[in-house]
Design a protein around this ligand. Structure first.
Ligand code: SF4
Ligand code: SF4
Ligand code: SF4
Length: 541
């Protein structure tokens, strides 16, 4: 918010707005570290440690906290010359953000002059700027850059245009857009803008050429289906709101799920949207994606309530479905420590009194474990076991589902389905009454990462003719990359079975999400057909 040049309706900069709020805080209870950077962070819910380094000095500080809140905001996309009409080369092509700075200078006699001094002066000598072209979706909704809608730019471009027109009524403003997105009350401003004579042109700007002192934009108008040329004295690019690049190192250290090139991914978008993939770490505002100011404020309040709830609990309760390590079976191999997407397992010395080489075993903090089961799938001694999906329970399900494999008319296929988007999409197939082949039988697992090679081989030994893993789509895994790890187990099964003479293709990996259920339906039918054509496995003949 601090980076915003102007905040409506207060007409102050984001920095002044925030500084004013900070002045009103009771600083006896709050430590603010200005000009310090977080160099390192680690820990768990109730006990996080951060190392801070002071800018331009060797000073460092260690601070501790029970929870962490990421409220670190966003960056604004910086268009390059090549893709975006000569921004940076041509001083009359500026960003919406820069227009905000100019407006602030024009509106506030006390404000410092903007560093875009030349343009400000052109505005002040009214005749110098007659036509202004605002180009929407720069870097947003663009496969080559960021595919998301930045949410703020349609409303902001309209607000700024209204303000410009109130101040300079003779100016012509053109807004070129793909779609105008003005939710809730901004729709009134959109109507007002049209009534005031702002021209909305539906179409993408193809090129902007400089001829004499004018910028000539070529646009194909998709409503009237005509090529248009607009002479502009000033071009404004509505640049995308993108992830804050300064977060990257910290998020990697903490192994927090991100999406879309670096926004923090909420634990559950609908119900737990201020929690991150790591217990005790919260996020609010544009650090999780484009948002308007009121949404950011609401999220900040939600985070405060979540933290108060934690502090008021006399005890912390862990989920039931967590991994527990059997110290008798654990050989301290470290595989779980290396594979856990959240860095939860830690090697601690085994309690032995001998003078021999010190032995270690894995310890898993029950309040931090997310219960994905990825460590279970790789543990060589079956020491690491989820409470709801232990090896014995999964084997029992495999046996139960394949009990009738010898008598059943069709070859039986076992599908391991992750409990997140994938299982929900199978549920939707049921709700929509979309039938899938009756020889497909499903086993629910918490995450694709829980599937082990052993589960796949056990399925064949009990009579399955095909096995698949159904997981969340690319970059959509709720446990960072459990889907990819599960896919690796499927590929390993293919390799091993091929090495003993089986034809490839009995093992498959699919992804799905709720809205994608048609594709899932198709995949299930096709896979069943393929397995039928392949016939029984060498074990079932
Ligand atoms: S808010 Fe408007 S300009 Fe911004 S990305 Fe979305 S559609 Fe494009
Ligand atoms: S993978 Fe299993 S055996 Fe290895 S350290 Fe972890 S719990 Fe122990
Ligand atoms: S179950 Fe998942 S989150 Fe828990 S320790 Fe194992 S890999 Fe990590």
């Amino acid at each position: 918010m601090k980076k915003l040049p102007i905040i409506h309706p207060f007409n102050v900069s984001g920095k002044d707005f925030i500084d004013d709020k900070i002045k009103r805080l009771n600083l006896d209870d709050i430590n603010i570290y200005k000009n310090w950077n977080i160099n390192w962070v680690d820990g768990k819910l109730g006990n996080y440690t951060l190392k801070l380094l002071e800018n331009n000095s060797n000073n460092e500080k260690i601070i501790k906290g029970s929870v962490i809140v990421f409220a670190t905001g966003h960056d604004i996309f910086k268009p390059n010359n090549h893709d975006f009409y000569g921004y940076n080369q041509e001083d009359k092509i500026i960003s919406l953000f820069e227009l905000g700075k100019i407006l602030r200078t024009l509106n506030n006699v006390n404000a410092k002059k903007s560093n875009l001094k030349n343009i400000s002066e052109l505005f002040e000598v009214e005749e110098k700027i007659k036509n202004i072209l605002i180009v929407q979706c720069i870097g947003s909704r663009d496969k080559n850059h960021y595919e998301h809608c930045s949410k703020y730019c349609c409303t902001t471009a309209i607000k700024y245009s209204i303000e410009l027109l109130k101040r300079f009524p003779k100016v012509n403003i053109f807004i070129s857009y793909i779609d105008i997105r003005t939710p809730w009350k901004s729709e009134y401003e959109y109507t007002l803008a049209r009534d005031m004579g702002i021209n909305f042109i539906r179409g993408k700007v193809g090129s902007i050429d400089k001829i004499d002192d004018k910028l000539i934009a070529t646009i194909y108008e998709t409503v009237v289906q005509k090529l248009m040329k607009i002479k502009a004295d000033l071009v404004i690019l509505s640049t995308a709101l993108i992830p804050n690049s300064e977060n990257t190192g910290l998020l990697d250290q903490l192994k927090i799920n991100t999406w879309n090139k670096g926004f923090i991914k909420s634990k559950y978008a609908k119900l737990r949207n201020v929690e991150t993939s790591r217990n005790g770490i919260f996020a609010c505002g544009t650090v999780t994606g484009p948002k308007l100011i009121e949404e950011t404020i609401n999220e900040a309040k939600a985070v405060s309530i979540e933290i108060m709830k934690l502090f008021e609990e006399p005890e912390l309760f862990s989920n039931f479905n967590i991994t527990i390590v059997d110290p008798e079976k654990c050989n301290g191999c470290e595989l779980c420590e290396r594979i856990c997407p959240f860095n939860i397992p830690q090697m601690i010395p085994k309690d032995n009194n001998s003078d021999e080489k010190k032995e270690f075993l894995a310890e898993i903090n029950p309040f931090s474990c997310r219960g994905c089961g990825t460590c279970n799938a790789i543990c060589p001694t079956a020491a690491a076991q989820l409470q709801n999906y232990s090896q014995d329970e999964i084997f029992a399900q495999i046996q139960g589902l394949l009990k009738d494999s010898e008598e059943f008319s069709d070859p039986i296929i076992l599908g391991f389905v992750c409990d997140e988007c994938a299982y929900a999409s199978v549920d939707v197939l049921g709700l929509l009454r979309k039938r899938y082949p009756k020889n497909i039988r499903l086993i629910r697992i918490p995450c694709g990462g829980r599937l082990s090679l052993l589960d796949i081989l056990k399925s064949y030994s009990e009579g399955a003719s095909g096995v698949f893993l159904l997981a969340c789509g690319e970059n959509k895994c709720h446990y960072i990359d459990g889907n990819i790890k599960g896919k690796a187990q499927i590929e390993a099964a293919e390799e091993i079975l091929e090495s003993i003479g089986w034809k490839r293709g009995r093992n498959a990996y699919f992804t799905s999400f709720v809205a994608d259920n048609n594709k899932l339906h198709e995949n299930l039918i096709m896979f069943a057909k393929k397995i039928e054509e392949m016939g029984p496995t060498p074990l079932n003949k």
